[in-house]
Design a protein around this ligand. Structure first.
Ligand SMILES: Cc1cc2nc3c(=O)[nH]c(=O)nc-3n(C[C@H](O)[C@H](O)[C@H](O)COP(=O)(O)O)c2cc1C
Length: 153
């Protein structure tokens, strides 16, 4: 099964995390897209989607993720059976809006019938944890899940 990784990034950190995740999953048929260049009509229930998304403004999506989120809202594609996992990025200095970007995407996909796999990762830029390290560790954890085996068999 295909794995489609989509990143929503303002300054490139989420894109770097997406690259690390793609590397960890390279034994599979992985493709990587900028969320801003991905058509929601191409969301495919036969593929596992990994959403890597930072947070901007006051708990909002990065600019390149906005057209994707707006298209989900407008077109409301039926995503029953589509499986996805989320690696979110944010900074706890922003308090209540911490990591909202990845959460917004997860809420939208869930509302359209998609099912989230694994742990929802929330990188915190205010900690010593390097995003690349957390992304690698998270992807290895995802790879080890029985539900990942099933989704990518
Ligand atoms: C102007 C600005 C606003 C931000 N707003 C939030 C926020 O509301 N919540 C949050 O958790 N992180 C927020 N962040 C932190 C970013 O999400 C975090 O630094 C992330 O690693 C950036 O990833 P990117 O380079 O892929 O865009 C903000 C950062 C900036 C520069």
């Amino acid at each position: 099964m295909r794995i489609v990784i989509l990143f929503g990034s303002e300054m490139g950190t989420a894109e770097a995390a997406a690259d690390v995740i793609a590397g960890e999953l390279a034994a599979h048929d992985v493709s990587l897209y900028d969320m801003g260049e991905f058509d929601v009509a191409d969301l495919d229930a036969a593929a596992l989607h990994i959403m890597v998304c930072s947070t901007y403004g006051d708990g909002e999506l990065p600019t390149n993720a906005e057209p994707f989120a707006a298209a989900l809202e407008r077109e409301r594609p039926a995503l029953d059976g589509l499986r996805f996992a989320v690696f979110g990025l944010g900074d706890s200095v922003y308090g209540e809006t911490f990591n909202r970007g990845g959460e917004i995407i997860a809420e939208q996909l869930n509302a359209l019938g998609a099912v989230q796999l694994g742990e929802h990762a929330r990188h915190d830029a205010s900690t010593e944890v390097k995003v690349r390290d957390l992304a690698g560790e998270w992807a290895r954890g995802l790879r080890a899940l029985p539900s990942f085996e099933l989704a990518t068999a």
